[in-house]
Design a protein around this ligand. Structure first.
Ligand code: IPE
Ligand code: IPE
Ligand code: MG
Length: 234
């Protein structure tokens, strides 16, 4: 029997393998990141075509600051260019654009480019495109706790803490996909991942295309989401 196709409401990508993609071709790591941007754009289009409501991308972690300064500079230059060229196109397509992470530590021209996009997209109602920059799951939880303390709240429940996350009011990821064969979360969406399906694929991130996307949807469609129950719930 053919499997019924299930489209996740929220799909999150841990984009990994750009450096290995470049190394295989004897290119600088930067070239891998550049191809990574193209892959991200292919996944945004695939998600929009499939009717996904929210897509998240892990672009830069709180741990990535330990990389060589030259690579960090190249990455943020690409983020600024991506904002000017492609995020502005997404704004025109009606997508909601959000960034999660501490943007204050980013280069000032990158922050300016991102703020411009946030402003332009503020009335949009379409698919949510969420990009994690200087993001760490532990950092996010601490930030939420500190917000709660500052508000003078003395007792917290799950909803209160959820609302204080960057993703407050938005759905948790139904599926978290990691490329390049690595099987870990690397500090991504630790709170939100409580019941996410995890899909690990061997393809390097720059090789992600519509065929890989279809394979992910097929895999997700086979999963039995039980949430502690004894039968499939959704
Ligand atoms: C992912 O690719 C991109 C970022 C973390 C910014 P990597 O740069 O981690 O690529 P590998 O893991 O070295 O191949
Ligand atoms: C995870 O990739 C972070 C991002 C995709 C932004 P890394 O390449 O930094 O993760 P580790 O070091 O393999 O855990
Ligand atoms: Mg990596």
């Amino acid at each position: 029997m053919q499997q019924e196709k299930k489209i996740p409401s929220h799909i999150a990508f841990i984009m990994d393998g750009n450096g290995r993609w470049a190394k295989k071709r004897l290119l600088p790591r930067k070239a891998g990141h550049r191809e990574g941007v193209s892959a991200l754009r292919r996944m945004v289009d695939a998600c929009a075509d499939a009717g996904v409501e929210m897509v998240s991308f892990y672009a830069f972690s709180t741990e990535n600051w330990t990389r060589p300064q030259e690579e960090i500079d190249a990455l943020f230059k690409m983020v600024s260019e991506f904002a000017d060229k492609h995020l502005s196109e997404y704004v025109r397509r009606g997508f909601r654009i959000m960034f999660m992470g501490d943007l204050s530590k980013l280069p000032s021209d990158t922050v300016a480019a991102l703020k411009k996009i946030i402003e332009e997209a503020k009335d949009n109602t379409g698919m949510v495109v969420n990009i994690a920059l200087n993001y760490g799951g532990r950092d996010e939880i601490l930030r939420a706790v500190n917000k709660i303390i500052s508000a003078g709240i003395r007792e917290v429940d799950i909803q209160t803490l959820s609302d204080c996350m960057y993703t407050g009011g938005l759905p948790d990821p139904d599926v978290i996909v990691r490329s390049s064969g690595e099987k870990r979360l690397s500090n991504f969406m630790l709170w939100q991942a409580a019941y996410s399906e995890l899909v690990f694929v061997d393809e390097l991130w720059p090789d992600f295309d519509s065929a890989v996307f279809d394979k992910i949807i097929e895999e997700y469609s086979k999963r039995d989401r039980r949430y502690g129950n004894i039968r499939r719930i959704g």
